[in-house]
Design a protein around this ligand. Structure first.
Ligand code: C2E
Ligand code: MG
Ligand code: MG
Length: 356
C-alpha cells in the first residue's frame, strides 16, 4: 500500500471474529524472527481493521478508518490488532487540532523554557539545570509536554521545537555562574536527524556556551533503533565534548549493554522508583543497584523526583550523587533560575545534611 504498509481485503468474512482470527495469525507469523543471510531480522506487525458496512461503504472510508485502528494498535506498543471504533475518530481530531495549535504556538512564542535544578547531594550546590518545555495554550491553559511532545515527534515538528529549546537553553546557560551546566532533553527523532551535530555547534557558537556545559538527555528509545544516524550523531557529540545522560533509567529495557557501549556522563533513575521508596517495595534495592552500577562505571547517578526529606535521606544512603525534584525546586522561568544561581546557598537548605 506504501512504504511498509499492506492492505488485506477479506471479501466474505462471515463474522467479525473471522477478521480477528486472521489478524492474530498474521501478527503471530510476523513476530517470528527472520534469518536473512545470517542476520536476525525482527519485524513484527500491527493491524487495524474496518468492517463494511458499519465502518464505511467505500474504499476510501474503509481504508481511512482501518488506518485509524492501526494507529491505535501501534500506540499500545504494537504487535496486536484493533477494530475501528468511533472514539478513535474523535481522538484523531483532537490530536490534529493540537498539532495545528502547536505550530501556531511555535510561531507566536507561546512556548517557554523553564529550568529545574539538579543538586549535588553532598554539598547542596546546583550543578545543572534541566530545560523543560512549557506551553500555556490561549484557550486550554497549561498543556504538559508529556501530551504535546509525542505529537510533535510524530509530525516532525520536534525538530524545530527542539532546536529552539536548545538555542534558548544555551543562551540562558551562557549567563549562569561558571560551572553550572544546562541539560536539554532530546527526542529520538532529533537524534535520527544527521544535522543534529551541526545544530548543536551552531547553538553553542551563537550563545558562547562551551560544549562542556551542555548535557543532552536521551532515553533508551534513542538507542533502541541503533541506526547509523544515531551512532554517527553520538560520535559527533562526543568529539565536540558534549555530555550525554541517560534519562528515565529503569522504565525501558534498562539494558546493561547500553551502559557498557555508550560513555554516558549521568544515569537518571526514573522518578517512579523514588516515589516508591517509602512503600514496602523493591525500590530501595533497585536504587542501590543502579547507584552501584553507576559508581563502578564512573557515571554520575541522579535520583529524579525527590519530593520529601525521607526520599532524600534514602537516595543519599543508597549512593546517589545528585538529586532533582520538587523538594529542591520545581521548574522555574529563566529569570528566576538565574536569581537562584546567583544567590549564595542558604546555610540550611531543604535536604542539606548538617555537616559542620
Ligand atoms: P523528564 O526529562 O524526565 O523531565 C522530568 C520531569 O519530571 C519534568 O516533567 C519535571 O517537571 C518532573 N519532575 C521533576 N521533579 C519532580 C517531582 O519531584 N515530582 C514529580 N511528580 N515530578 C517531578 P515535565 O516538565 O512535565 O516533562 C515531562 C517530560 O516531557 C520530560 O521528562 C521529557 O521527557 C519531556 N520534555 C520536556 N521538555 C522537553 C523538551 O524540550 N524536549 C523533549 N524532547 N522532551 C521534553
Ligand atoms: Mg529529562
Ligand atoms: Mg526523566
Amino acid at each position: 500500500f506504501g512504504g511498509d504498509e499492506f492492505v488485506i481485503l477479506q471479501s466474505t468474512p462471515s463474522r467479525r471474529q473471522d477478521s480477528g482470527r486472521l489478524a492474530r495469525r498474521l501478527v503471530k507469523a510476523l513476530a517470528v524472527p527472520f534469518d536473512v543471510d545470517g542476520h536476525r531480522i525482527d519485524i513484527g506487525a500491527s493491524i487495524g481493521i474496518a468492517v463494511a458496512p458499519k465502518d464505511g461503504i467505500d474504499a476510501d472510508e474503509l481504508i481511512k478508518n482501518a488506518d485509524m485502528a492501526l494507529y491505535a494498535a501501534k500506540g499500545n506498543g504494537g504487535g496486536e490488532h484493533r477494530f475501528f471504533a468511533a472514539e478513535m475518530e474523535e481522538r484523531a481530531q483532537a490530536r490534529r487540532a493540537l498539532e495545528l495549535d502547536l505550530r501556531d504556538a511555535l510561531a507566536h512564542d507561546e512556548l517557554e523554557v523553564y529550568y529545574q535544578p539538579l543538586v549535588d547531594l553532598q554539598t547542596g550546590r546546583i550543578t545543572t539545570c534541566e530545560a523543560l518545555l512549557r506551553w500555556q495554550h490561549p484557550e486550554r491553559g497549561y498543556i504538559s509536554p508529556t501530551e504535546f511532545v509525542p505529537i510533535a515527534e510524530e509530525t516532525g515538528l520536534i525538530i524545530s521545537i527542539g532546536e529552539w529549546v536548545l538555542q534558548r537553553a544555551c543562551q540562558a546557560a551562557a549567563t549562569w555562574p561558571t560551572g553550572t551546566k544546562v541539560a536539554v532533553n532530546m527526542s529520538p527523532v532529533q537524534f535520527r536527524d544527521r544535522s543534529l551535530g551541526a545544530r548543536v555547534v551552531s547553538a553553542l557558537a551563537k550563545s558562547g556556551l562551551s560544549a562542556q556545559h551542555l548535557d543532552l538527555e536521551i532515553t533508551e528509545r534513542v538507542l533502541l533503533e541503533e541506526s547509523d544516524n544515531t551512532l554517527y550523531t553520538m560520535e559527533q557529540l562526543k568529539v565536540l565534548g558534549v555530555c550525554i545522560s541517560l534519562d528515565d533509567f529503569g522504565t525501558g529495557y534498562s539494558s546493561l549493554n547500553y551502559l557498557r557501549k555508550y560513555p554516558f556522563h549521568k544515569i537518571k533513575i526514573d522518578r517512579s522508583f523514588i516515589s516508591d521508596l517509602g512503600q514496602d517495595s523493591d525500590a530501595p534495592s533497585i536504587v542501590r543497584a543502579v547507584a552501584g552500577l553507576g559508581n563502578s562505571l564512573n557515571m554520575i547517578v541522579v535520583a529524579e523526583g525527590i519530593e520529601n526529606e525521607e526520599q532524600l535521606k534514602q537516595v543519599r544512603e543508597e549512593g546517589c550523587h545528585e538529586g532533582q525534584g520538587f523538594l529542591f525546586s520545581r521548574a522555574v522561568p529563566a529569570d528566576v533560575i538565574l536569581e537562584k544561581l546567583l544567590q549564595p546557598p542558604p546555610p540550611k537548605r531543604p535536604g542539606l545534611v548538617a555537616v559542620a
